[in-house]
Ligand binder design. Structure first.
Ligand code: SAH
Length: 477
């Protein structure tokens, strides 16, 4: 198709893409338009054209979809965080459910007539807002309306590192606003320079906040562009002022500094120092209490996490005495959630790559009086084969294997190892249906069939979706 940049077109949107963008076709050529919805006729300006598809900017909605709603957040449009705020919540859930099914059918080759596909778990009853318990706000120095340079915190605009100032995010826990405002005021008062990414100078890179939903505990971590506290150049008086300000907020439990002197997009550096309070915060899921370090992964939507884990537990259908492997276990959340069901003779073995998370997992087991869980640090694809080797210290026995990998899915070596261990059931918890589908196909070739599947909306207003799949070993022919 021969479009020119800035050319205007009128198109009918017929689908939603993987990132929640509208897709329309002109003579078979696909155009992706952010914030356009299926069923809508729109006017759009061409931005970029590739051979088989292009990108256009929404200029005007000529015929709106019934599912279009007014976004709640004033910066929903420029901010890269929420991609679906303009779509009714009911339709967001339908979109996500469809995405799961499409991926599993098209990439995974799954026959849904044989699958118990349960309705997606949404937040219709709880309100799909202000749910996030963790945020990492980039900090920069930018001119305000009068042209004066001031520190700002907020979110990156889509596909860029320009910061949109925003302290009142509609999906974050409301207390974050107060924390951000206090830190920005402190920066001005104590002349703490914000980090400058282009010049690689300045100090405060990110403000990282995590809250415990049930405990109300708050952790604030300032990520500094400095190798250590001395080199940061912040005076003791300034630190005292920071602690003084932040501890006025009810629930403040931990204030720490993280040092990241590298020129990198990775947010956290390798070293963390506690400035005030505890090194961790705690939260509960069901009747288990968890301690969480800043480095450790912890699900961001506490209410939905409980539903997700309950689904994994239901699918696992555990019996006392069984052996369960929890791979990509983080701080042992799933392991400990199900350990009690296994009784004294059963056991759970967790593997996770972040050493601090494994420290948390071991401590969490102790804290909750759980004695039938063991944890190992390392990459699952290396650790599991080693553990089950004749000298590895663990028997190759597994009744159930649970995997909960990051977006890129499971390592091929791990899938091979799981097949060797031959569990009856595999519970796959996934945050990306495309890699889930790829892995389901591989496991299919190794004799596993999808029995049950259920989506869980961990990220209302965003495009991502969590899925739980139960796979069982086909009877040998
Ligand atoms: N099940 C946990 C964590 C899921 S997130 C929970 O629900 O909280 C995925 C986890 O996989 C993260 O903790 C990440 O650190 C870990 N991870 C990433 N790559 C890994 C690998 N190759 N081997 C083991 N763990 C890995």
């Amino acid at each position: 198709m021969d479009f020119k940049k800035n050319q205007e077109v009128i198109i009918q949107i017929d689908d939603l893409g993987n990132n929640g963008e509208g897709i329309g076709h002109v003579d078979g050529y696909a155009l992706f338009v952010k914030e356009a919805l299926p069923g809508e006729k729109i006017r759009a300006g061409i931005m970029k054209c590739k051979k088989n598809y292009g990108f256009a900017r929404l200029l005007e909605v000529l015929e709106p979809s019934d599912a279009r709603v007014e976004p709640r957040c004033p910066v929903a449009r420029p901010c890269g965080g929420c991609t679906l705020q303009h779509l009714s919540y009911e339709q967001q859930l339908a979109y996500k459910e469809n995405k799961i099914r499409n991926c599993l059918e098209r990439i995974g080759g799954v026959d849904f007539s044989k699958v118990e596909f349960l309705p997606i778990l949404g937040m219709q009853e709880e309100e799909p807002w202000h749910y996030r318990n963790k945020a990492q706000f980039p900090v920069r120095e930018q001119p305000d309306e009068s042209g004066k340079m001031r520190p700002v915190a907020g979110f990156y605009a889509g596909h860029s590192h320009r910061v949109i100032p925003m302290t009142d995010c509609a999906i974050q826990t409301p207390v974050m606003r107060d924390i951000l405002q206090k830190i920005l005021a402190w920066m001005e008062q104590c002349r703490i320079p914000a980090y400058n990414e282009e010049k690689h100078i300045g100090l405060l890179r990110h403000i990282y906040i995590r809250t415990g939903y049930h405990t109300g505990e708050i952790m604030v971590c300032l990520v500094l562009h400095a190798p250590n506290i001395k080199k940061s150049g912040i005076s003791q008086g300034a630190f005292d002022a920071l602690v003084d300000n932040l501890t006025k907020i009810p629930g403040m439990a931990s204030i720490c500094l993280n040092f990241n002197p590298e020129n990198t997009n990775v947010i956290l550096g390798k070293k963390t120092k506690t400035l005030w309070g505890a090194d961790t915060i705690s939260d509960t899921i069901g009747d288990i209490r968890y301690r969480i370090s800043p480095e450790s992964f912890y699900q961001v939507n506490p209410l939905q996490t409980e539903k997700l884990y309950q689904t994994a537990l239901d699918f696992a259908d555990l019996k006392p005495g069984e052996t369960v492997w929890d791979l990509y276990c983080g701080i042992g959340t799933i392991s400990l959630f199900l350990a009690k069901q296994l009784g004294e003779n059963g056991q759970v073995i967790g593997v996770e790559i972040v050493p601090e998370a494994i420290e948390n997992a071991k401590e969490n087991a102790r804290l909750n009086g759980i004695t039938n869980a063991r944890f190992y640090a390392g990459a699952a694809e290396e650790v599991v084969p080693r553990l089950i080797s004749p000298t590895g210290g663990e028997a190759a026995k597994a009744d159930v294997v649970i995997v909960d990998p990051p977006r890129k899915g499971c390592h091929q070596t791990l899938l091979d190892t799981i097949a060797l261990m031959a569990p009856q059931r595999i519970v796959y918890v996934s945050c990306d249906p495309a890699t889930l589908a790829r892995d389901v196909k591989i496991l299919g070739e190794k004799g596993y069939e999808v029995q049950k599947c259920r989506g869980c909306d961990m990220f209302p207003m965003g495009g991502h979706v969590e899925t739980v799949c139960l796979l069982s070993r086909k009877a040998p022919v």
